[in-house]
Design a protein around this ligand. Sequence first.
Ligand SMILES: Nc1ncnc2c1ncn2[C@@H]1O[C@H](COP(=O)(O)OP(=O)(O)OP(=O)(O)O)[C@@H](O)[C@H]1O
Length: 627
Amino acid sequence: MDKAPHMPKRTSSFHSGSFPVVNSSDDHIFSSNVEDYDINTNSPIGYGASAIVYGALYKPLNKRVAVKMIDLDFFERNQIDEVRRETQLMSLSKHTNVLRVYGSFVNESKLYIVTPYMSAGSCSDIMKTTHPDGFEEQVIAAILKQALLGLDYLHKNGHIHRQAIINLKENVNKDVKAGNLLVDEDGSVLLADFGVSSSLTENGDRRGFRRTFVGTPCWMAPEVMEHAGYDYKADIWSFGITALELSTGHAPFAKFPPLKVIMVTLSNDPPTLDRESTKHKYSKTFKEMIDMCLQKEPTKRPSTEKLLNHPFFKPAKRKDFLVSKILQHLPPLEERPHKIQQKPITYNKGVTWDFAVDSEYRENDDQDSQEANDGTSEGKRVEFSVIGENNDASKTDSSAAVVPQKKSRFQVGDAVTESNKPLSLSVPSTPSAISVPSQNPLSKSQPPSAGTNFVSNPFSSGEKDEQNAQRIQPHQSQGIKKGRFSVESNGIRERTFSSGTLPESDNQLLPRSKESNENLTESNKKSRFEVQQPLDITLTSSSGSQIFSRESSVHSLSRDSTLSKGDTLLTKEGTINGGSLDVQTMEKAPEKPVGTKKGRFQVSSVDVPPKIDGSISPSGIEKVGNE
Ligand SMILES: Nc1ncnc2c1ncn2[C@@H]1O[C@H](COP(=O)(O)OP(=O)(O)OP(=O)(O)O)[C@@H](O)[C@H]1O
């Protein structure tokens, strides 16, 4: 397996003896010798942001356990130190509804975390396997009651589930969610995944104010999205989202790209249970409980204690009810199809949102993200990049336990961005929107090739951007102009470009242009993102705080080549409503490129005068890295 090239190599100072073995619940000290674990590396039972989870036999006790394997080569020393503390912390959590750590140790460069084997898998697993449309109400009540008891324990002991107590300033996407509710064969539901993975998936630099969110933001509370201060009430929001997830089979907005989830969450009313449209019938009481949790104002949400007294939970059945209702016909974990999760790891500076994207949004070519992230930036920005690479689960082996998957990344931000490798792409004067077709994320036929660092001037087909870069003029219009570019190994090829203020009609969202996509060859299928950049845009949340921009810009970015009607984009008023979309049909490339490589494009808005040489777009498209 390849390792993500952006990951810093950990120094060798961390060795197997430095990770203390911790006591299990039954006072057995689990061995730190990997030979004592017969790990079934052929059939992982789960994938996470930072880890692959395997079933294993712990030979000294002849006990089945789960082993979470994390490749420490991908992480920095301070992150690892924190993992050590948090793993110990987890070992101390003693509640029947909180997953305990039996032990942990390092072997070579892998961290092994040993936990009880939860043979039914996560609630998310179960839904995908047997209940794609969600569970019936009594099942949900039985699941959530146990989860709530675990959460109550954590809250009362100072944990916020979504983050380790050690560092309250940095956030990770460790929400309460169905994927983190593990179910045992006896119907026990345990909250998992607090602390340890958090450390590894958040950014290593703890001195700054970077906040990296990993995964999809569907469960993320609005105040967390806003980068505002938050507390344990954020878990209550996630809990409410989880309730919706369990009743429909998916979280609200699960199909949306991450940025859009944020937009919709912040601008719309909280999601609620549509009792008319679900497969199962749900009570008003259930809906009422969800609505209590999903209040945008955190202080209005109930505490775990109050929730436990809610009528919805009063008649909740015991765990054996779950055995008879949902665990009967489940195939063994190892035999279930496990989707490889795409989770990013961020090393960027600045306020950052970093999201995994579903396969439909993935890119296929490699990217040297570490290099790409070497530039510095302050404030928020929009950034798109690809790091890591897709890997087939079947190729997983113990020698390369964790390979961060290829992913796309979106970062949203504002302010001054400084990059060590400015992108020489420019677009003609006064661009307000730039559509960037990138490689079709579903196409695997174009492996990246080395040496392409260029982004085209959209007007200069086939020529390198250094030669063709055009100066971006100061923003003079709030209209939307579009350009788009692709990066190919043999230079830059213009696809299409349109400029000018969009007519009114263009400001409506258009249905996906299947036809245009179908006409594309593999070499020219592109996803793209679009940047709208009126100068005076500020997106504010319901609470009044700024979300995406300060006073100068907003970028809406979508890697979806088209959006469907009803999709939302930022507007210059800073609200979210129907946006404009470029639905140009891309022309077939006259020649198949030798290969396609991606640079990394950092899109930001900077209120600086344009550079005369045009090498850096003052409207903020900068190349921040390359392969
Ligand atoms: N003890 C366990 N028993 C059974 N399955 C497990 C166990 N631990 C984890 N899994 C499975 O592995 C998946 C990923 O594990 P985990 O959530 O701990 O990883 P992570 O890196 O923290 O990921 P994420 O950030 O997505 O939550 C879980 O969703 C679950 O399906």
